[in-house]
Design a protein around this ligand. Structure first.
Ligand SMILES: Nc1ncnc2c1ncn2[C@@H]1O[C@H](COP(=O)(O)OP(=O)(O)OP(=O)(O)O)[C@@H](O)[C@H]1O
Ligand SMILES: Nc1ncnc2c1ncn2[C@@H]1O[C@H](COP(=O)(O)OP(=O)(O)OP(=O)(O)O)[C@@H](O)[C@H]1O
Ligand SMILES: [Mg+2]
Ligand SMILES: [Mg+2]
Lengths: 224, 224
C-alpha cells in the first residue's frame, strides 16, 4: 500500500546542495507510524514524497501500488485524491471557502453530489468539535480551529493512507487528544496513518516510531 | 509598559455573537508571562489587542504608555514598530524576501542603514541556529526553520515588549529549548515577554502563567 525504496531528495542552492532526505527505505505496515526528528531533519520532505506532492531525486515510492516516482504531476494528484488524505503543517485551507466547503472540497473534486458531500463534511466537522462553526471562514477561526478543519478535510474521502504533518502542534491537550483518537480510529484494517510530530507522548501512541536525523532514517522502534 | 483594563473583543457572525475575549484586566510586570488555555479560548485575540493589530470592542490597552484603543491603525502600527516585536502563530514571513531580508525588515522600516541592519539580522539568525540559511527563501525552509526566522525578526528592534504566539509549536525539544532561552534572555530589565503556548512545560518556565477559558481570565499563577 505504501512503500519507499532508497528514497532521496536533494535541493540545490547556488553552490550548495542540501540533502533533505537520503536513502530512505521502509514498507509501511497497517496502523499508525509516527515520524519524529529535529527541525530540518526531513520529515515534511518525506511526507511530500510519499504523497506525491514532489518527485524524489533518487529512489522509488509506491502508493496503492502506483509508482509515484515515475508519474507526472497530474497523475500523482489523481493517485493522491483517490487514495490519500493530507494534513499540512501550515494547514493550507482555502481562504475563500467556509469550513464546511473546505472539508467538502475533496468530495466535490470526486464528483460526490452536493447533499451527500455536505452531510459528510458536516459529520466530520462534528467529529472535530466544530459543527457549530461550519459557515465560518478560515480567517474567522483560531489557529487550532483551522488545524482541526484541515484534519476533517483530510478524512473526507476516508483515505487508504492518511498523512498528518504536526496535526496537534496548535492544539491544547483536550483538542489534541480528540484528534489523536480520530487518527488512531482511522488506522483500521489496511489503512495506514503516517504521523509527523514533535510531541513524543503523541508519538508513543503510534504502533511504531521512525526517527529521522539529517535526512536519514536512524531508528525504527515498535511500540510495546 | 503593558496594561489592559476590562478588555473585550466580540465578533458578529450573521445572527451570532462570539465573545472571543471578555473583561480582561491585567498589568504585565517585567519578565515572561505565559498565556495558556484551550483552542479558541482567546489567546491570539488577546495578543492582537495588546499589540494593537486590532481594536477592542470594549476596554482599554496601554503599550509603552500609549492608549492603543484610542488610536487609528497607522498610529497603532507606529507604536508597535517602536516598542514591540511579534511572533505570529502562522509565522507570516514575507515570501519574496530571503531569511536575512525578512529579519532585517523591521530595521529597514526604522531607517537603519543597510550594513548595520544586515549585521544585526545575520547575528540574530546565528542566535536561532540559521546563520547558514540567510539567503534562503521561506519556501526553501522547513516549518520549524521558518518559525525561527520569525522569532529572529521579532527580536530585530530589541523590543520593550515581545509577543510570541506558539513560538515552539513546530520545533523539536532542542530547537524549542534554544528559542525559549532566547525569549527568557529577552526578558531583562523593564522588558516584557508575553508567551502563548500549549506546552505546559514551556509555560512553567515563565515567571507567571495566565490561564484563559472561553475568553475569560480564570487564573493567575506565579511560578515558584
Ligand atoms: N475574525 C474573527 N471572526 C469571528 N470569530 C473569530 C475571529 N477571530 C477569532 N474568532 C473566534 O474567537 C475565538 C477565540 O479565537 P482565538 O484565535 O483568540 O483563540 P486561541 O485561543 O488563539 O485558539 P488557538 O489555540 O486555537 O489558536 C474562537 O472561537 C475563534 O473562532
Ligand atoms: N524547497 C526547498 N529548497 C531547499 N531546501 C529545502 C526545501 N525544502 C526543504 N528544504 C530543506 O531541507 C531540509 C529538510 O526540510 P523538511 O521541511 O523536510 O524538515 P522537517 O523535518 O519537516 O522540519 P520541521 O520540523 O522544522 O518542520 C531543511 O534543512 C530544509 O531547510
Ligand atoms: Mg516540517
Ligand atoms: Mg491562537
Amino acid at each position: 500500500v505504501l512503500y519507499a525504496a532508497h528514497l532521496g531528495k536533494r535541493y540545490r542552492q547556488g553552490e550548495v546542495w542540501i540533502d533533505a532526505l537520503r536513502d530512505f527505505t521502509f514498507d509501511f505496515p497497517p496502523g499508525v507510524t509516527a515520524v519524529v526528528g529535529p527541525s530540518g531533519s526531513g520529515k515534511t520532505t518525506l511526507l511530500n514524497l510519499l504523497a506525491g506532492f514532489d518527485r524524489p531525486s533518487a529512489g522509488e515510492v509506491y502508493l496503492a501500488g502506483r509508482p509515484l516516482h515515475a508519474l507526472g504531476e497530474d497523475e500523482r494528484a489523481g493517485v493522491r485524491l483517490a487514495h490519500a488524505g493530507f494534513v499540512f503543517q501550515s494547514w493550507n485551507l482555502l481562504p475563500t471557502l467556509s469550513a464546511l466547503e473546505n472539508v467538502a472540497f475533496p468530495l466535490l473534486l470526486k464528483g460526490v453530489p452536493r447533499r451527500e458531500r455536505n452531510q459528510r463534511a458536516r459529520a466530520l466537522l462534528d467529529e472535530v468539535g466544530l459543527g457549530h462553526r461550519a459557515s465560518h471562514f478560515p480567517h474567522q477561526l483560531s489557529g487550532g480551529e483551522q488545524q482541526r478543519v484541515a484534519i476533517a478535510r483530510a478524512l473526507a474521502l476516508d483515505p487508504l493512507v492518511l498523512f498528518a504533518d504536526e496535526p496537534t502542534g496548535n492544539l491544547d491537550s483536550a483538542a489534541g487528544e480528540r484528534v489523536l483518537e480520530l487518527l488512531l480510529g482511522q488506522a483500521r484494517g489496511r489503512r495506514r496513518v503516517v504521523l509527523v510530530t514533535h510531541d513524543l507522548e503523541i508519538a508513543a501512541r503510534a504502533h511504531r516510531i521512525l526517527r529521522l536525523k539529517d535526512g536519514r532514517l536512524v531508528e525504527v522502534r515498535a511500540s510495546p
